[in-house]
Each structure stands twice: as C-alpha cells, then as structure tokens.
Ligand binder design. Structure first.
Ligand SMILES: NC(=O)c1ccc[n+]([C@@H]2O[C@H](COP(=O)([O-])OP(=O)(O)OC[C@H]3O[C@@H](n4cnc5c(N)ncnc54)[C@H](O)[C@@H]3O)[C@@H](O)[C@H]2O)c1
Length: 397
C-alpha cells in the first residue's frame, strides 16, 4: 500500500484484518513510525483499534521504502497545480518506486482520484522501464468513495467500480477486492472507472449549483427559496437539493476540475457549476457587506455581527476548501470597526480566528449570519429584533 493517509491506512487495516499481509509505504517517516507503534496519525472512528490489532497480529507493518509484493495499491494525493490543473506527479513518483520490484503476474491498482487516462499513462511508464514485463502484469483503477467519519464501515459495504486496462486485469482486481469487500463490485475499463469517480462528485456539484442559482434568482425576485424548493419537490420526479453558501471540502469542490482541465470545451455545465458554487460564496460575503451598511444607515451606529460556522459542511470540524471560512475571511477583510463574533462549535480554537460560543454570539450580535447548518444552530431561539442572513436554511427566512 503506497500512501498511508485517510484512505490508504484504513484500507490497509481492513485488508490486514482479513489475514492478508500488508506492507504500508509512506514518504513521511513520522507516519511510518506511528503506524509501526500500532497508533494512527489521522482522526477516523474505529481506525485506531483496527491498526493496533493489525500491527500486533503481524499483518501490517510500514516503511519508507517499498518491498516486493504481489499486489501494489497506489493511494497517494492528487492535488492541483497552477490554475486548477490536476497534479499526478505523486502517483507517478509512487509508481516509480515500485517499478523495480514488479514481477510477472503482479497486480498494480491506482485508487487515487485521477484524471482520465492516468492508469494507461502509468502502464506506459511501467512498460517503458520494464519492457520484458509487457502484457505480463495486471493493471487496474479502483476509485474510493467513502465518507470520512464512517470509513471503516463504508470500506466494507460500499459498492465499488473496478476498471482494468484489459479484461484479465479487471478480473484479477475484482478477485482481489472480493476478499475483503462485501459491497457489489462492478467491472468496467480503466478510463470509465476514472471518469466514474470524477462524475460522481461533479454530479453533486452540478445539482448543488442548481439550488444555489435558484437562491440567487429568488433573492432578486423576492421569493423564499426554501419554500419554493419544498413545493417544487412535491412533484413526483423532482428532487432539488438545498442551497448553501458554496461548496467545499477536498472532493466535490476539487474533482470536477479534473474533467474541466482536460475537456474544457465539452464540460460546459460542469465548469459552470464550479463557477456558480464559487460565486455563491462571493455573493454571500457581498450580502453581509450590504446588510451591515443598511444597519448603520438605519441605526446610526456600527452593528455587531455573528458569523455562524466555519466548517465546509454541517456537524464536522473540517475546514478544508470551506466556503464559510472564505466568507468569514472576506467579511473580515472589509471590516470597518464593527464587532465580529466568529462561531464554530466543532472546534475549540483556530490559529487565525478568535472563536466565540454560539449562544453568546447570538446574544450579543445585532446581525446573525448563518453560514453552516450545524445542528446546534437549529435549536436556537433567536430574538425577534435580530437581523438574520440565513444562507444555509437554519430558519428558512
Ligand atoms: N480522503 C477522502 O475522503 C478521499 C475519498 C475518496 C478519494 N480520495 C482520494 O484518495 C487519494 C488519497 O487521499 P488521502 O485523503 O488518503 O490523502 P492523504 O494526504 O491523507 O494521504 C496520502 C499519503 O500519501 C503519502 N505519500 C505522498 N507521496 C507518496 C509517495 N510517493 N510514496 C509513498 N507515500 C506517499 C503522504 O505522505 C500521505 O501520508 C487522493 O487521490 C484523494 O483524492 C480521498
């Protein structure tokens, strides 16, 4: 297992639990050291026990350099470079480290979210360096679709899409996963499997963009978007999602760019959805600016403002690519002696923002801006006199 992060480590622990020897490889010596001590470096329920057991029973160990194996899984990051271009250099360098170890009959699988054609590119790279192995290896792509926080369960029970560079590779990979996955395993080719992962997240992004676009139209038209969507969803074949203050996280807000970067002319809706969801965050920040000025004009004094939520989605502590965090940053950039109360009930402290308890913030603020639909906010009693900007459907006003 090359790459022992949020996906590679739980997968290693699961395979090891099925009494298959796993050798984990990671370039980070701290990660290797932690795992070999039976401990974990990431937060994921039930993972600590699974890793501890796997290490104690001798089915999992880790090192910085790879060792010879029968199956190689590549689970390293695939970030951006430049202007939303996917960077497959981690997959490339991880692959290079195992090329000298490959032997006839081995199975090589990429799990990292990857642009279309990456598996074929890695196959070419492998056969360039080891021409004697041409046609003798099994090479496949199998994307991961687990939900952080429920990884240990979903790893076993989610259905998986598995695509080889040829039928033999697909079958070999399916047989491998069947040893530890209870969900259905769907066979396809490598390009379709790569695209499938990207499409799943793009589909969510496009659907959220539709809801966000409606929220912009409704704001101008004087219509309550929450009521509108509820009514439209009474249609038996309509299911519009809820708008929010943008789209965040490291999957939905990222993966669509992997398609747009390679197919800019063809991926009109996918590209536009990214723009709409990004614009929605900018628009929310502008709305805060407007309500602030209106308050000052009306009341003859600066308002105090509660900014409710920093996480990228409700009830988690993850701020990666968070639209709420972006809005808070933007609002603070435009600050002009107003008092701000920044709230995130899922974290204790933040390196940049001074956090306030959510009840205290509601109590003290003149204007309350709901950015994330955390469960705590839904239970609040909000005094009549407060001005409210509800971007995420807390009170549906
Ligand atoms: N985290 C998720 O929820 C999730 C879900 C679906 C898909 N994915 C995809 O899975 C892939 C891995 O994501 P993650 O969240 O596990 O990443 P991560 O950053 O948590 O872990 C990746 C690990 O790979 C190591 N690494 C980097 N280069 C290496 C190399 N050349 N050799 C060995 N180790 C190397 C890093 O040190 C790190 O520990 C990404 O493509 C991601 O998009 C992630």
């Amino acid at each position: 297992m090359v790459g022992l992060g949020y996906i590679g480590l739980p997968t290693s622990a699961l395979i090891a639990k099925n009494k298959i020897h796993v050798h984990g490889v990671d370039v980070n010596p701290k990660v290797v050291e932690t795992i070999n001590a039976g401990k974990i470096h990431i937060v994921e329920p039930e993972l600590d026990e699974a890793v501890d057991n796997a290490v104690k029973q001798g089915y999992l160990r880790a090192s910085i350099v790879p060792v010879e194996a029968d199956v190689y899984l590549i689970v390293v990051p695939t970030p951006f470079k430049g202007k939303n271009e996917p960077d497959i250099s981690f997959v490339q360098s991880a692959t290079k480290t195992i090329i000298p170890l490959l032997k006839k009959g081995d199975l090589y699988i990429i799990e990292s979210t990857s642009p279309i054609g990456t598996t074929e590119k890695m196959m070419d790279l492998i056969y360039q360096e080891r021409p004697e192995l041409k046609g003798e290896l099994h090479i496949a792509y199998c994307p991961e679709r687990v939900l952080p926080g429920n990884v240990m369960h979903e790893l076993v029970y989610n259905d998986r899409v598995i695509g080889g560079v040829n039928d033999e590779s697909t079958n070999k990979a399916v047989n491998f996963y069947r040893q530890f996955i209870k969900g259905d395993l769907y066979k396809t080719n490598a390009r379709t499997a790569e695209m499938c992962k990207l499409v799943e997240n793009s589909s969510r992004d496009v659907q959220i963009a539709f809801a966000n676009e409606l929220s912009l139209i409704c704001d101008k038209a004087g219509i309550n978007v929450w009521e509108l969507i509820e009514l439209a969803n009474k249609h038996p074949r309509v299911n519009i999602l809820q708008p929010g203050c943008g789209v965040g996280g490291h999957c939905i807000a990222v993966d669509p760019y992997f398609i747009v970067a390679d197919y800019p002319m063809e991926s009109q809706i996918i590209g536009k959805a990214r723009e709409i969801n990004n614009y929605k965050s900018f628009w929310c920040a502008e709305k805060v600016k407007t309500i602030k000025l209106e308050f000052e004009l009306k009341q003859g004094r600066k308002p105090s403002i509660a900014l409710m939520g920093l996480a990228f989605k409700p009830n988690i502590d993850d701020l990666r690519e968070s639209p709420a965090k972006y809005i808070v940053q933007k609002v603070l950039q435009n600050a002009n002696n107003e008092e701000y109360y920044i709230v995130e009930p899922n974290i204790d402290s933040h390196t940049v923002f001074k956090l306030t308890n959510y009840k205290e913030a509601i109590d003290k603020a003149d204007i309350i801006v709901f950015l994330v639909a955390h469960k705590e906010f839904k239970e609040l009693e909000i005094p009549q006199e407060k001005e409210i900007l509800d971007f995420c459907g807390i009170i549906k006003k």
